[in-house]
Design a protein around this ligand. Structure first.
Ligand SMILES: Cc1cc2nc3c(=O)[nH]c(=O)nc-3n(C[C@H](O)[C@H](O)[C@H](O)COP(=O)(O)O)c2cc1C
Length: 221
């Protein structure tokens, strides 16, 4: 193990979310390597406010079945979580993702259904990492969880694994805590699907793009 600087830069450029996985199990040792790397993430006052629940095997399948069922019962759908309608610039980015994914879906598959059901199923990945945080913390500490997720997805890429962060599962906070015996004092912040990407799946061919730097960077001097 051990990433060189160059590997890291390559990982940052290459990594993309994966939405079709092989059934191949991820070895416990590989998951431990991944978690050791991910938890090197910095956090405010080194609080490390995260708790990670690693769900694999039958337990992961059971969790997915519960989430898919709840999603359908409650009509829950993946969205930007915005307080007001998004501006055109953001809508354009959202459409960009749809245009990246849709062409690789079977013709009779509705994009939103694929995302909703896929997210609840962690896109068939053998392992789901559920990241929770003590509710004693304010939303400021969600930043730390974001940094952790960044480390996790990059480290996974470095280890030959594929990932997809799954924000949708926060809609099932109570269900997940109950199913996985996570303390009621925590909140589920995000999940990450972890496994070996299916190289033959068309859905994994779409590659999201990024806006030019000038759209997101301001220079002052
Ligand atoms: C906080 C967060 C939440 C996300 N939630 C979901 C989700 O619920 N379902 C999903 O399919 N992808 C989800 N994604 C993946 C994004 O759609 C993806 O990162 C984005 O389109 C950029 O593509 P890339 O990861 O391939 O570079 C999420 C990503 C982040 C960072």
């Amino acid at each position: 193990m051990g990433l060189t600087m160059m590997d890291l830069m390559e990982a940052m450029k290459e990594r993309r979310s994966t939405r079709a996985f092989l059934e191949k199990t991820v070895a416990r040792e590989t998951l431990e390597d991944l978690l050791h790397l991910a938890t090197q993430a910095p956090s405010a006052i080194n609080l490390q406010p995260w708790e990670l629940t690693i769900v694999s095997g039958e337990e992961k399948k059971r969790l997915s079945r519960v989430l898919v069922k709840r999603m359908k019962e409650r009509n829950i759908s993946c969205g930007p979580g915005a307080k007001k309608p998004l501006s055109e610039a953001f809508m354009e980015r959202q459409r960009g993702l749809l245009n990246t994914i849709q062409p690789h879906l079977p013709e009779d598959t509705v994009f939103q259904n694929f995302i909703n059901e896929g997210s609840c199923n962690f896109y068939g990945a053998p392992t789901a990492v559920i990241i929770s945080m003590d509710q004693v913390f304010s939303s400021a500490r969600l930043t730390d969880i974001g940094v952790l997720v960044g480390y996790l997805v990059l480290a996974a890429h470095g280890l030959g694994l594929s990932t997809c962060p799954i924000g949708l599962i926060t809609a099932f906070d109570e269900d997940i805590k109950e199913e996985l015996n996570i303390s009621d004092e925590k909140q589920v912040v995000i999940g990450v699907a972890v496994g070996y990407g299916d190289p033959d799946a068309p859905i994994n061919r779409g590659r999201s793009e990024r806006v030019p730097l000038q759209d997101v960077v301001k220079w002052r001097q």
